[in-house]
Design a protein around this ligand. Structure first.
Ligand code: PEP
Ligand code: MG
Length: 544
């Protein structure tokens, strides 16, 4: 998906008319000429694609060049030649040969399957050329329009004029399909894999939201215009926001990144992230059969510390179990309710070595990189667990904290803070456990919405405990990635936010437009609501 909101009429690409494939045979003496006709058509299509590649730049040029190369690929040309030699007319030979490769690519899955669009495109162009039809493709609109299609050939996408085609939506396609790649390069908001799109005819008005991934037909025109305007303004301010995080009246709130490894940390360094608020260490070892050695772990942790040397880095100890089992963690076999089972810090009970080795590795990495990371445990439910964890962390000269993901930990945050130096609220799990709703369930997504007032009430409880103890309380769940909700979290007393690096500019930019007083007012209003929709509306009323 490519972010951005657009409101415009729909255009649809021209299609090749349905061509009945001839079931006749070409007489033996005419087959050489038929083969020549086929090769000439394939060459003409290739040359046109190459000419467009030469006129384009960057990714568009690369993609057009790749399509041209595929149009001259010996494997499929040979398969068509073979069919023509056996008597098939060129049009049928092309269709059958390409279909054979489409089948093969689809079975291979992944990136290969996404290249199927390129193959279909080549087939249609060559068939049009052979049949004397104009080359299929995108019409040139007179007004700025949104191009909707079942699928779009990269060659069509690459030639688009972003002034005239202001949005793109396809029924098919994956996040790495060429259509999305080129749309991003051209700066055209784009949504792929949209259901119901085929029912929207050319000429109808649609509102395309590349951030939400939606296409709405015939929306209320003034609401649509407002949505476009708001998105345009916030995109412009997010681009210009460079940190550090603070409300408009100067109340500082560090905005940090969630990462899974050294590469992600280095990428986050390119954003205004002020540090790492959550390093999910278990994600480094999902495909490991055996426990990584202390030295191996120290090297991996060191990469993240190096990327943010001199800045704050919060390393979380292994949160194995539930949806993130680790083969070497010694999970009990076949738990009936793994999300309520032995996960996170609970693993240390039966396998204390695992936690000790990891803390040793973090201490080694800290020494090697001359940094002072904070270390936190996931799934803490009791003050006693926090006390034991803190002692182990302190004995290695590191700063201990815990995650607040279990309602019990939020309710007893004060006692927990007697033992640790900071809290970090994981709103993803806190919502799951507060609402008794599996965070993986699409059916229960309304219950696990981080705007649930009950979840936010627990955030407030933990933040108040932090203020009383004069210790930091951050949020590192997805809630921190929602700019409006981030302001509410600040109003609840949260002292730092950590989110996916991509969300940081919009969160920072939004926070800079409000005062801490507005945030507090919004927090109060949200806590008085009965559900997520009402909570969002209340916050929107105060924070815009
Ligand atoms: C959370 O639960 O909010 C959290 C940040 O941890 P994870 O998503 O890794 O469970
Ligand atoms: Mg969690």
């Amino acid at each position: 998906m490519v972010p951005g909101v657009r409101y415009a009429p729909v255009i649809r690409p021209g299609r090749l008319p349905v061509i009945e494939l001839p079931d006749t045979e070409v007489a033996e003496p005419d087959r050489a000429a038929e083969a020549g006709r086929f090769r000439a058509a394939a060459t003409a299509v290739t040359e046109r694609l190459r000419a467009r590649a030469d006129r384009a730049t960057g990714a568009a040029a690369e993609v057009l060049g790749a399509t041209a190369t595929l149009a001259q690929d010996r494997a499929w040309l040979g398969a068509a030649d073979k069919r023509i030699a056996a008597g098939a007319p060129a049009v049928r030979a092309v269709s059958e040969a390409v279909d054979q490769f489409i089948d093969m690519f689809t079975k291979m899955g992944g990136l290969m399957a996404e290249r199927v669009t390129d193959l279909r495109d080549i087939r249609d162009r060559v068939v049009a050329e052979l049949s004397g039809y104009p080359e299929p493709g995108v019409p040139l609109p007179e007004l700025p329009s949104i191009l909707c299609a079942t699928d779009l050939a990269p060659a069509d996408t690459a030639g688009l004029d972003p002034e005239l085609v202001v949005g793109l939506a396809t029924t098919l396609g994956g996040p790495t399909s060429h259509t999305a790649i080129i749309a991003r390069q051209l700066g055209i908001p784009c949504v792929v894999a949209v259901s119901g799109l085929d029912d929207i005819e050319a000429g109808r008005m649609v509102l395309l939201d590349g951030t939400a991934g939606t296409v709405t037909a015939d929306p209320d025109p003034s609401e649509a215009a407002t949505a476009v305007d708001a998105a345009r303004r916030s995109a412009a301010t997010a681009r210009n926001w460079h940190g550090p995080g603070a409300t408009g009246d100067g109340h500082a709130v560090a905005i940090m990144a969630n990462v899974a490894d050294g590469a992600a940390a280095r990428a986050a360094r390119e954003t205004p992230a002020e540090g790492i608020g959550l390093f999910r260490t278990e994600l480094c070892f999902l495909n490991r059969d055996t426990e990584p050695t202390v030295a191996e772990q120290a090297a991996i942790y060191g990469e993240v510390l190096d990327a943010f040397s001199g800045a704050k880095v919060v390393i979380r100890t292994l949160d194995a179990g539930s949806d993130k089992p680790l083969k070497f963690a010694g999970h009990p076999p076949e738990e009936a309710n793994p999300a309520l089972g032995v996960r996170g810090i609970r693993i240390a009970e039966a396998n204390p070595g695992l936690l000790e080795h990891q803390l040793d590795a973090i201490a080694d990495a800290a020494e090697n990189t001359r940094s002072a990371p904070w270390v936190m445990a996931p799934m803490i439910a009791t003050p006693d667990e926090a006390k034991r964890f803190a002692a182990q962390v302190r004995s290695r000269g590191l700063t201990p904290g815990v995650m607040v993901e279990v309602p019990a930990a939020a309710l007893l945050a004060e006692q927990i803070l007697d033992h640790v130096d900071f809290l970090s609220i994981g709103t993803n799990d806190l919502a799951q456990y507060t609402m008794a709703a599996d965070r993986m369930s699409a059916e229960l997504a309304a219950l696990t919405d981080p705007w649930q007032p009950a979840v936010l009430a627990l955030v407030g409880t933990a933040a108040r405990a932090g203020a009383a103890a004069d210790k930091p309380v951050g949020v590192c769940g997805e809630a921190a990635a929602d700019p409006l909700l981030a302001c509410v979290l600040v109003g609840l007393g949260v002292t730092s936010l950590s989110a996916a690096a991509a969300a940081i500019p919009s969160v920072g930019a939004k926070l800079a437009t409000v005062t801490v007083q507005q945030c507090r007012e919004a927090a109060r209003a949200v806590l008085a609501t009965a559900g997520p929709a009402e909570a969002r509306a209340a916050a929107l009323g105060i924070l815009t």
